[in-house]
Design a protein around this ligand. Structure first.
Ligand code: SF4
Length: 650
């Protein structure tokens, strides 16, 4: 059979026995779930036993390249990893940018299923049809960048590497892996799952390429997308600064709260220390793009003067040094870059890792943790952050608990639950009191917890004061049906809760195709363009409606799996502190309000109403927050409908 777009094969690796097999990709499954996250989720539905320990040999990791990866489709770079995440116990999919997905396709595989546990450290090398488990004892203990470099040296710079660091090896649950030393993948402990299996890394080089069904149609769509990109007046600024290019707007909006989310720092000071001028003064930078990305946003950063002069690091989300280190811990720009480099090398999730240090500082101030337990007096300074990262890796004393994340900390110190702002154990990069946009709301309803999954377009709905006319344009772009738009837009207001499911469906479908949806890429595609591109490449007809339904199908299947694990409406709840405590921003006290700030949400009852609207829009049971049997059946998911019924839902 001739495959277009797809490589047509799945690689099955059993680490316990060392067996490596290939099997054909089920094309009926591929048509229904598209690829990447979709096929991963369907595969894990059958393979993962209920309620297993995520760090036991029974856990499974399914890696998947998006359906368009390996073709020149702009920004078809996304590689997915689906597993049971140990920080939260959630079954979900993490997605990262880099060369791994495209290279895997070129080697002849769409997905890799990893099961079992190896006796000794290994890495998986995939060189076209030559696939082997290799001894990784020389790599074990190396940080991510060192190990990645060592593999490039052995297999060539044209290979791609997915690797874990010491955090993953030590089973730190708030850990992640990096693709090519830059693309984050797997907040919530993908690296710990790999570490538990003694799988240090995977390296791939493929030479086979991918066939395109309708080349002429493909190039027409390609030229259209590239034309849109090249007429974007902000494109070069985006390539130069990446996400740091929006930092000043974020400071002005108070979007980056500090002190365990108790206040947002004054914008003027933040812009002076961390704005674009400061960036230019401190750093030399070079763009880094995923394969086929035409508006890249990653950077190689080099400190050109002052402390840590000469330090070179890679940054996927280029404002991480400022957002997660500089601002919250009063660091210089240079120190923020250094902390980012340390966390990346260890493979500690910067969002949860930096947030838990903020939490510990507050718990220490309140006398809930002691200097003796922490082996330091935690303060918002450079020494605290660096020492905390080291202690997390060493897992000594209370840090053994901290390494396992926010939920583990709450289990150890129940009173901490009053002070921790999280969803399903994951810290929020955005704060709903600044702006109840889609980006924040999705972090409540996302089965993976607080994960910035919805960030897709400019203007971003994470920022306050986007005019309603613009939100209506976005609704049209997302192809939200007219009936739904009537529910979303009422009386001059719009409902974040009802808008969110459509963004989630859209972005899930993007993940299935392996398409990036970061700001300046997400705006180049829409369901019409993405589905046409899929059809041109694979030769399989796909309408925009079918594209969005596939996203909805995958979202529902993922939700059903997590219902099986015990997650339901209670896990989507808005954090108490957002409801009861204002966020200080200069003279203002920001309270939880609707997006247009015409309605304050000050009681649990009012907050729960938002979830009612979301479940209603999804067609789920409002009382439990669980997909109904009827909905799952309508989406062509009889297996999930049966599961829900067996669990006692209807
Ligand atoms: S915009 Fe960034 S994340 Fe997206 S494909 Fe390009 S380099 Fe990768």
């Amino acid at each position: 059979m001739e495959y277009y777009g797809y490589a047509g094969r799945i690689l099955k690796v059993d680490l316990s026995t060392g067996s490596i097999k290939t099997e054909k990709l089920d094309m009926d499954m591929a048509k229904k779930f598209l690829g990447g996250q979709g096929v991963n989720t369907r595969l894990i539905f059958d393979l993962l036993k209920p309620k297993i320990d995520p760090l036991s040999p029974e856990n499974v990791i399914i890696f998947g390249a998006g359906a368009l990866c390996g073709t020149p489709a702009p920004a078809a770079t996304k590689f997915s990893a689906t597993t049971k995440f140990p920080e939260s116990g959630i079954i979900g999919t993490a997605v990262g940018c880099g060369g791994f997905g495209p290279m895997l396709k070129w080697a002849g595989y769409d997905h890799i299923i990893v099961t079992g546990v190896s006796e000794k450290p290994v890495y998986l090398s995939i060189m076209d049809d030559n696939v082997e488990l290799q001894d990784a004892s020389d790599l074990w203990g190396k940080d991510i960048l060192e190990a990645t470099e060592a593999l490039y040296k052995k297999y060539g710079n044209d290979s791609s590497v997915l690797c874990i660091g010491p955090a993953g090896e030590k089973l730190v649950r708030m850990s992640l892996a990096l693709i090519d030393g830059i693309g984050h993948i797997g907040r919530g402990g993908l690296a710990a799952v790999m570490g538990s299996k003694k799988l240090k890394a995977m390296v791939v080089r493929g030479t086979k390429g991918i066939k395109i069904a309708d080349v002429e149609r493909f190039w027409k769509i390609f030229e259209f997308i590239v034309g849109r990109a090249f007429t974007d007046r902000n494109r070069l600024r985006w390539i130069k600064y990446g996400l740091h290019g929006v930092s000043e707007a974020w400071f002005e909006g108070g979007v980056v709260p500090v002190k365990n989310r108790r206040e947002s720092p004054p914008a003027e000071e933040a812009i002076k220390t961390y704005g674009l001028k400061a960036f230019d003064e401190v750093l030399e930078s070079y763009p880094w793009a995923g394969p086929s990305c035409i508006t890249s946003d990653k950077l190689v950063m080099k400190v050109k003067k002052g402390e840590f002069e000469g330090l070179q690091t890679l940054a996927s989300t280029t404002n991480n040094p400022v957002i997660f280190f500089g601002l919250p811990f009063n660091l210089s720009f240079n120190q923020g870059v250094k902390c980012h480099d340390i966390f990346n090398r260890y493979g500690i999730d910067e969002i949860n890792g930096s947030y838990i240090i903020e939490v510990l500082i507050e718990l220490y101030e309140k006398g809930l943790v002691t200097e003796e337990q922490l082996k330091m007096k935690p303060k918002p300074d450079f020494e605290t952050v660096v020492k905390a990262a080291e202690m997390i890796i060493k897992r000594e004393g209370l840090w053994d608990v901290v390494a396992d994340g926010l939920l583990a900390l709450i289990r150890k110190i129940p009173e901490a639950s009053k002070y921790v702002i999280h969803n399903k154990g994951m810290a929020f990069p955005f704060d709903a009191r600044v702006c109840l946009g889609v980006e924040v709301f999705d972090m409540l309803t996302n089965p993976r917890g607080a994960q910035s999954f919805a960030l897709v377009r400019t203007p971003s709905l994470a920022i306050p004061n986007i005019p309603i006319e613009m939100v209506k344009v976005l609704a049209a772009t997302y192809q939200i049906p007219m009936g739904a738009r009537r529910r979303i837009f009422k009386d001059g207001e719009w409902s974040t809760a009802r808008f969110t499911p459509y963004v989630e469906n859209n972005n899930t479908a993007f993940n299935c195709l392996g398409l990036c949806y970061r700001f300046f890429i997400g705006r180049l595609y829409n369901p019409v363009i993405a589905s046409s591109m899929y059809s041109a490449i694979t030769g399989i007809p796909l309408s925009p409606e079918e594209f969005l339904t596939a996203g909805e199908r995958v979202w529902n299947l993922q939700k059903a799996l997590n219902v099986r694990e015990g997650f339901d409406r209670k896990d989507d709840a808005i954090p108490e502190r957002w409801i009861t405590e204002p966020l200080k921003f200069g003279e203002k006290e920001l309270r939880l309000q609707n997006y247009t700030r015409t309605l304050t949400i000050s009681t649990r009852e009012e907050a729960e109403k938002l979830l009612d609207d979301y479940y209603d829009e999804r067609g789920w049971d409002i009382k439990t927050g669980v997909p109904t049997k009827e909905k799952l059946t309508k989406l062509g998911l009889p297996e999930a409908a049966n599961l829900i019924t067996e669990l006692g839902y209807s």
